[in-house]
Design a protein around this ligand. Sequence first.
Ligand code: BES
Ligand code: MN
Ligand code: ZN
Length: 496
Amino acid sequence: MDFNIKSGNPEKQRTACVIVGIFESRRLSTAAKAIDAISKKYLSNLIRRGDMDGNKGQYLLLHNVPGMIADRVLLIGCGKEREIDERNYRTIIANSIQALNNTGSLDGVNYLSELSIKGRDHHWKIRQAVQIAEHSLYQFDELKTKKKANRRPLRKITFTVPTRRELPQGEIAMQEGRAIANGIKFTRDLANRPSNVCTPTYLAQQATALGKKHRSLTIDTLEEADMKKLGMGSLLSVSQGSARPAKLITMEYKGSKKAQKPIVLVGKAVTFDTGGISLKPGAAMDEMKYDMCGGASVFGTISAVAELGLPINVVGVIPAVENMPSSTATNPGDIFTSMSGQTIEVLNTDAEGRLILCDAITYSERFNPEVVIDIATLTGAVVIALGKHATGLLSNHNPLARELLNAGDESGDRAWQLPLWDDYQQQLNSPFADMANIGGRDAGTITAACFLSRFAEKYHWAHLDIAGTAWISGNNKGATGRPVSLLMQYILNQAK
Ligand code: BES
Ligand code: MN
Ligand code: ZN
């Protein structure tokens, strides 16, 4: 989608469709008032007759409105003006884009980006609007032979700021929004691809392709033999049951001239998680193609950072494996030595995410990181604790946790912190090895993070458990692209 920023009056826009808001009950927004004035009360007459109340979700498409240059005017119900908060704003913008897309307009000028929200400036509103527009028009149909044809597809959306003075701020917001939206689309596409397409090798190829696109990126892929030499016994124990070889992908982005320590993002990429010998039940097992969403979010974030050319250093580390049961797979009780030298008793082969992450976290030491943030669809327990709305956050450094929580609030891609107290560590005790890979029924998300914390003692580290937020199930099944937006907000804040 093409985006654009403008200021100026709605009656002067030469476009297929001008979009303005109507508040509950039957009140005109500023842009709607301007149209009402030029059209000799055309809108207020309509509204008085009861064609539109301004309730949320309502819309009304008008043609040939007197005095307007635009072909159409689309009225969007915004609910009570006082109640427009961040969440309502997002819904209103998404509704307007959906409605616009159904009108047959090739382009539109959207005045809803001027709605006022307490504590949010034009930069925030424009960036969010661009992200939401791209997000709500997303489709994954590359594997359908008959695509849903839209005869007159929407090509360009213009958002508005009230005066010329806000234009520069709006332009920057639009560029950021576009890069983040592209990153999110990249993440969603990778995640939605099935496991027979999106294999560890495929992900490594995607990294190489991304490296060709941006000169600021250096790509490196380790093969199983390389990992063996490094002593990554934990990671390799997961892939040993699969015919598809594991890859450890690194993408280094250098945007800061100075020898600045990088932010290292480690993303779990299990391209399919059957559970291994501790086999998962059959119901909804197809969704375990999404067990690479952490890795996919690192791809999306790195690509957005490179597209914006941010003055900062970021490294993506993606351990990519497939977790299969086979005659060569790990048996429960098998013990492996991790790259850190610590030994692990694998009591459940379905707790595989932590087994690949721990070696990737140890490997990250070589980048001399400022912070390490891992992103993983790690536990079903986080969905029980937080549902599908919040990402679980655990960290060994509270200031880092705060920065990530704030980035979540600001971007609308929210996380919620759980405790990482030492009290939980003993659940990982093993009679035969340094630790077990599971900690029992209680506090499954916390004990998973406790496991990882034992490999992250050398630096500030945070863990994002996205098992509940990375995709949605049911009729609208699909990847969400979370938490690219959160990570980008965090990185943008650091780059300032
Ligand atoms: N990838 C799963 C976590 C998961 C499960 C994400 C369901 C989304 C939905 C992970 O590898 C896993 O299987 N975790 C186990 C851990 C358990 C064996 C300690 C789980 O959560 O059941
Ligand atoms: Mn598993
Ligand atoms: Zn998994």
